[in-house]
Design a protein around this ligand. Structure first.
Ligand SMILES: [Cu+2]
Length: 112
C-alpha cells in the first residue's frame, strides 16, 4: 500500500487520518510543501513523546540522520519511508522539529 503525504508550514500532516494494514509494508511518499524543514516520524504516543524529548535534547533542529521509522524532509523535497506496522491499533505520524508537534503537527494512523 502506498500513501502520499504532504507536510506544510501550517503545521499540518495531510491526510490527517490514514488507514494501513498490519503486517504489510506501507510506502509513505512524503513531500515537504513548506519553506522550512519538517520530519515524518511513525509510532504510537510513547514513541512520539520519546522522539520529541530526544529532539529537544538535541536542540530542536531536527534529526541529523534518518531512522527506520523517521525521516527528515527538506523544503520542496519528496522522500519515501517504507514501514510495517506489526500490530493492529492506533498509531501516529508526527513532526518533531522544535514546537511543531505541540502545535498539532501530527496525524492519526489506524492499523487494521
Ligand atoms: Cu514540522
Amino acid at each position: 500500500m502506498t500513501i502520499a503525504v504532504t507536510l506544510s508550514d501550517t503545521m499540518r500532516i495531510e491526510p490527517m487520518a490514514m488507514e494501513v494494514r498490519a503486517g504489510e509494508p506501507t510506502t509513505f511518499i512524503v513531500t515537504n510543501a513548506g519553506k522550512i524543514v519538517h520530519e515524518f516520524t511513525l509510532g504510537d504516543g510513547t514513541v512520539q513523546d520519546e522522539h520529541e524529548q530526544e529532539m529537544i535534547a538535541m536542540g530542536g533542529m531536527g534529526m541529523t540522520s534518518d531512522e527506520p521509522n523517521a525521516i527528515s524532509v527538506a523544503p520542496g523535497e519528496t522522500k519515501e519511508l517504507v514501514f510495517t506496522f506489526e500490530m493492529p491499533g492506533m498509531s501516529l505520524a508526527g513532526c518533531h522539529v522544535m514546537g511543531h508537534y505541540p502545535a498539532g503537527m501530527k496525524a492519526t494512523i489506524s492499523v487494521i
